[in-house]
Design a protein around this ligand. Sequence first.
Ligand code: FAD
Length: 262
Amino acid sequence: MRILVCAKQVPDTNEVRIDPVKGTMIREGVPSILNPDDANALEAALAIKDETPGTEVIVMTMGPPQASEMLRECLAMGADEAYLLSDRAFGGADTWATSATLAAGIKKIKKIDMVLAGRQAIDGDTAQVGSQIAQRLKMPVVTYVEDIKIEDQKAIVHRQMEDGYEVIEVEMPCLLTCVKELNDPRYMSIGGIMQAYEQPITTWNHEDIGLSPEACGLNASPTQVFRSFTPPAKGGGEMITGTTVSEIAGSLVSKLKEKHII
Ligand SMILES: Cc1cc2nc3c(=O)[nH]c(=O)nc-3n(C[C@H](O)[C@H](O)[C@H](O)COP(=O)(O)OP(=O)(O)OC[C@H]3O[C@@H](n4cnc5c(N)ncnc54)[C@H](O)[C@@H]3O)c2cc1C
């Protein structure tokens, strides 16, 4: 079985701070990390590999050359092969163009039984890329996956819902988008880190994956970001006071009603 994991290198948004004077985002010193949901997707693929000998795990990313560091991390965790789609022509891609590029890269790799992606990237935050790739590859997709079992050529998955989960049986090849409740990603091993630096990373440009420059990046993006800005800081909180518990509870309830929260 061959499983391909889509992994994105993202800025660690927990480390992003806002300049209190200028109100702008401070990006300096913000580390780039493997997108957290993608680490869960990779762990799921590696767990299947542990249980099913002969399984190959391939990771693919679209990004700048420095995204290869994140791919090495994936190799050090246990992935077998890594592919970097990197080209100036891919720059400025929205989710439509990102999924077109990743789908073209995946098509070039033959006999994929399962594609795993994260539910969402913590920077773009759209949760669109996984489903768009599935549509382009004409594969069934299940999103918000929190449990995966493989039986013959089928995946039996739990799809997270607000108040429980759905059990879905899906024919392979299929694409699943993974949530953090699926597993706890393993750490890189020392041996894995040493080996990861000896393994090649295959880099493909637009010609390698058969896309014209018009079919990728900003050129192929139907959306455009006109302006981005830091949201205003939240106003200060208010302490509700009173002499009795019922008086305090009463003013809390009337404030919540006033704001149409209840
Ligand atoms: C007009 C416009 C211009 C933009 N310009 C830029 C730009 O110049 N530079 C830039 O960095 N971003 C740019 N972006 C953001 C970029 O579109 C998104 O980062 C990208 O499309 C992925 O969307 P997302 O982060 O919301 O991913 P989601 O849809 O939330 O990601 C879901 C999953 O898809 C997979 N995935 C997503 N992106 C990748 C990837 N690149 N490689 C591998 N797997 C992936 C991962 O498994 C991820 O967990 C732009 C967006 C717009 C709308």
